[in-house]
Design a protein around this ligand. Sequence first.
Ligand SMILES: *[C@@H]1O[C@H](CO)[C@@H](O)[C@H](O)[C@H]1NC(C)=O
Ligand SMILES: *[C@@H]1O[C@H](CO)[C@@H](O)[C@H](O)[C@H]1NC(C)=O
Length: 426
Amino acid sequence: MRRIQTFIAMVLLVTLVLIFFYSTLHLEMTYSHRAGPEDVPRRPGLQAKDHNVKRQTPKQESFTTLHPDVHNVSVSDSLRQTISQNGAYWNRLLHSALRNLDKGQNPSKHDSDWSRCRETNPELLQTNVHDFTSYPVLFQDFLQGMNCRSPPVLINQPNKCMSGERKGDNQTFLLFAIKSNPGNFERRQAVRETWGREGTYQSGLRVHTVFLLGSPPLDDPDLSPLLSFEARHFGDILQWDFHESLLNLTLKMNMLLQWTLKYCPRVSFIFSGDDDVFVNSLALLSYLQSLEPSKASQLYVGHVISTASPLRDPKSKYYIPLSFYDSPYPAYAGGGGFLISGALLQPLYSISHVIPFFPIDDVYTGMCLKAVGVSPEAHAGFQTFDVKEQDRENLCVHKDLILIHQRSPQQMKKLWKGIHSPLLTC
Ligand SMILES: *[C@@H]1O[C@H](CO)[C@@H](O)[C@H](O)[C@H]1NC(C)=O
Ligand SMILES: *[C@@H]1O[C@H](CO)[C@@H](O)[C@H](O)[C@H]1NC(C)=O
């Protein structure tokens, strides 16, 4: 009898201890969940109230929780062969990362601390790049920040793709991810009113739009109250605290991958493009809907530049010094506008931790996709270098295309109205 009582008492005690332990564990978990980044911005644009205050205490909200599994990554032989092993700095960086990867070591040394990631020791860069001081200033700047990949978030839209999923609607079919600049209000509005309109299209296809922004130069007028209003009103602005510049577009592309994996992971397709191109969205959606499943999961399509090499004229916008990169470019889809499958996001993001940042964003995307074994497919409907001069006002030509290079906001509206007019006979 005595024994049974002791036994029962013991069982009770253990149960109590377990309950207590579990409840503290649970608390711990809910607490860390509370502190998670998703819960910070309840309303779109809430974070950008005051840019100047933001600057002093930047929200250390970044997406570095997404640790890519670099040990399950492998880099295709075709990329290894295209980018030869030679004395150029980037080539050396790549092959050193590949050697580490092959040895099962961590290939990258990216610093997740944004305040410490820049290479500030000029000697180190000069040791590795003998003519570093003759590089254009912005290029030197790029080299110093090559390992920086987690800028603070200024404006987020954490619920962009989620809202529909909760209500039982269809998941996002297409995400328009449009590279914009803080000051380009008029272009963004033209896109919203025309091809970038969010909503449900033919047979229930859900389309969402986000504009990707960095921060304006410090000397520029302070646009943050306007951006904050815009973000709250339209719910389509994403902004990070890094300077807008051509050589930071690769970082912007990487932020798009991080953001989409976190907040829109089940999207079927992503359109990445500029805010001044014209897109025939209905033609684009029909094209995407027509794809075979095997192709739909490996899509990388656009205007393909297949035999390009670096430009060596220091005055060129896309100048690449010989001592920095010495190989032809792999085939890539022009950054004005191209499509990739949502299924490629994770492989692309993981591989981006092996492939060092390259200063030209669309070339970099082409390199990463080649590394995962995907080649760009050319589509005649993507005209990132524009159509023939005499066809620029021709609505029938535009009706058959998917993307046309550079149009003003006014031209965009006119073209959009024109190609959708019931009176148009082609
Ligand atoms: C979801 O998609 C299906 C098939 O494309 C369509 O029939 C349905 O109407 C869509 N549902 C919603 C809520 O849009
Ligand atoms: C990219 O952004 C960082 C962070 O704002 C900045 O320090 C750097 O100068 C920018 N790089 C270029 C090449 O403009």
